[in-house]
Design a protein around this ligand. Structure first.
Ligand SMILES: [Mn+2]
Length: 343
């Protein structure tokens, strides 16, 4: 993994040289795309288009409704439209592994010349021919911003909006620990260039909640369990709840952050029962526990304070297992099993 700034600088110019050399580009990002995924993808699309390149975007999952205010979101195509198309260069954004762009897409979308990986996840794999992995960056959008900056091409309005949206999303609206003076400086510059109203961007992204999601939330919050020491909080969502509230598993997104907000809680987890009866878990930490390590024990990954994994176990067992493992991280002496039971 590249952590040093020097390597970053070198990779910025390596990438720009590559951009100069080729003409046909394809971009992709991870499944269940979030604000940083879509924001970084669209901003790189706008930059490369501006350089006169032919650029296509292919995602496994559709652009979520709350990002459909972003310019050119409609240019993002599905895996079905690939056909026999082969780009010279494929740039994968914000995906810690190549498989994260989707199984089919990762196999069918193969570049003839070069695979580029741009990411900021601490657990990112260097799967590209060129890897621009910057774990110190708040977001992949911030890396794209710096890439454009180092090319000395002016950022246009549309691009500024996409970059800002990614930056805003991955910093939790500038409140997570990855928020720095520099993030604010970049955000300020993007607002100035873009001429958009930050409150409108916020409303577009966060205040389009379907009422069905609120119904699900009320079901999920009723499952709240907290360990005796008050440090680990968990909730779960079941297939029955999804059916009852006419929602799907993505409606659970964000719930874990609310659990994390409980006073004294160090690790929060939200487990979702998937259709195949496996369990998808989102993890959050106050900072004391590196939940990307915890997730890695279950073949997951992410960041120190936000991570996830998928466990092939029924949800209650998955929660019990994770809570027990999390206790070991909070207190390495902990070997007990009594206080992780469903009460
Ligand atoms: Mn990201």
């Amino acid at each position: 993994m590249n952590t040093s700034q020097m390597v970053d600088m070198q990779n910025y110019s390596t990438l720009l040289t590559l951009f100069d050399r080729y003409h046909n580009f394809a971009l992709s990002t991870h499944i269940n795309p979030d604000g940083d995924a879509i924001g970084s993808e669209l901003s790189l699309y706008l930059f490369l288009t501006r350089l006169g390149k032919s650029v296509k975007m292919f995602n496994t999952d559709a652009v979520p409704a709350n990002y459909r205010f972003l310019p050119f979101w409609e240019s993002i195509e599905s895996a079905r439209s690939i056909g026999t198309y082969r780009p010279e260069v494929l740039v994968v954004l914000d995906a810690s592994t190549l498989e994260r762009i989707g199984k089919t897409l990762s196999k069918t979308l193969s570049p003839t010349q070069s695979l580029i990986n741009i990411d900021h996840h601490a657990t990112a794999e260097a799967f590209g021919d060129v890897n621009l992995i910057v774990p110190s960056a708040s977001s992949t959008s911030e890396i794209v911003y710096k890439l454009i900056k180092s090319h000395q091409t002016p950022i246009d309005k549309a691009c500024a909006l996409c970059l800002y949206t990614g930056l805003m999303f991955d910093t939790g609206c500038f409140r997570y620990s990855n928020t720095t003076a520099e993030t604010h400086q970049i955000a300020a510059e993007l607002i100035e260039i873009g001429g958009f109203a930050p409150d409108e961007v916020y409303r577009n992204v966060y205040e389009q909640v379907p009422v069905t999601k609120m119904h699900l939330l009320s079901e999920v919050l009723r499952t709240l369990q907290i360990t005796d020491d008050g440090k680990i909080a968990s909730v779960y969502a079941t297939q029955t709840m999804f059916r009852k509230t006419r929602t799907t598993a993505d409606a659970v997104e964000g719930v874990v952050n609310q659990i994390q907000a409980i006073k004294g809680v160090e690790v929060a987890l939200c487990a979702s029962e998937m259709a195949d009866r496996s369990t998808k878990v989102s993890l959050r930490s106050q900072g004391g526990v590196d939940v990307s390590q915890l997730a890695a024990e279950f073949e997951g990954g992410g960041h120190a304070r936000a991570a996830g994994c998928r466990i092939v176990m029924p949800y209650l067992l998955a929660i019990a297992t994770l809570v027990q493992t999390a206790q070991r991280y909070i207190d390495p002496r902990h070997v007990g099993q009594g206080d992780c039971q469903k009460g």
